[in-house]
Design a binder for this molecule. Sequence first.
Ligand SMILES: *Cc1c(COP(=O)(O)O)cnc(C)c1O
Length: 395
Amino acid sequence: MQTRSCWVEISTRSLENNYRFLESLAPRDTELMAILKADAYGHSLALCAPAVVRAGARWIAVTSVEEGMAARALCPQTRVMVIGGVVSGQGAEVVNHGLTAVVWESAQVDDLEAAARTAGLRAGSLPLHLEIDTGMSRQGTNLEELPLLLARFVPGSPLRLEGVMTHLFAADESTGRVTQNQLSELQKALEIVEAAGLYPDWLNVGQSSVLLSTNGASIAALAARHGMKALLRPGVSLYGIVPRFYPDFAKDAPEALIEARSRLEPVLAFKTAVMSVRAIPAGAVVGYNGTFVATEPMRLALVTAGYADGLARLLGNRFSLLVRGMRAPLVGRVSMDHAVLDVTEIDGVTAGDEVVILGTQGDETITAYDHADATDTIPWEVLTRIAARVPRVAV
Ligand SMILES: *Cc1c(COP(=O)(O)O)cnc(C)c1O
């Protein structure tokens, strides 16, 4: 029994619909890899991994080997990729759990090769994806060091170069100029790979904003020119968030983006409940440091969600939650486990009423972008900062 009223509802049906819709956008000869890192963007890996597989995903991806092992336990038949890099000593776990590692340093290759030999793997049976740094300076090898890494994939080695990967760092810029530069770097990398006599299957590139713009087609074309297939990596869009582009398209928004705005369904709702209601007189102060002072008699509702649940403290005195289908302002500071709403204008609010922090109630909706704008961040952070202690329930 749940005793504290603060929870997240996950619509696995919406997640499945989103996956199928995104797949319908993918260019021909392209596959999707569902990004499920950070506990499926705070949505629960346990609920989301089986759902995307039901929807047809053959590839799923997480950041770490630990997350990969959890994903493997949930999805025994699906390709599980570890995109954040394998740290030293984890080669055996990659091999034993049938994970696919992204690598870009010799030490990672050493580790995986040793683990593959220990496990007695046949030649060419451990697939790896090699990450190229095409401009982000975060992960990936540069082009100078690429030949050294390619030299590791010799006949007889248990390793096989299955994919070439890169990450685009400005795919949400509507001009697409930075992305085109990155893709021309990637093309140079592919030429070096071919010159080494290697023919990987997959060109592993492209987050949601790529799939929702015309860059998806550029990547598919680049892959085809090199005899490869594109593997696109949507994350946030799977969860029903349509990424913004900068600057926004005044006109000529990509068709896929326009369609996504009407088709993607939010997967997550973050809710709490009214614990008690009280009346306060004019002049009363509310919450820590009395940052709110009542100028007239008011009615306040205490809710059982606070910053330790992921209701950002910054929202105090500058955001509203939904109760009885209406917007109730957060007054005073958000506490660790509680927050206070002004319900003076909302009739009949009583203990037990459901309160929506993120999601829809009646005709009103609060989106992840609303939270992001109010706290100067992005929906990715809003979703992943919902605390682990908040139970995720499938609806
Ligand atoms: C998180 C991530 C993605 C997914 O990005 P979205 O913008 O959420 O679609 C894709 N590729 C890599 C390498 C990532 O880290």
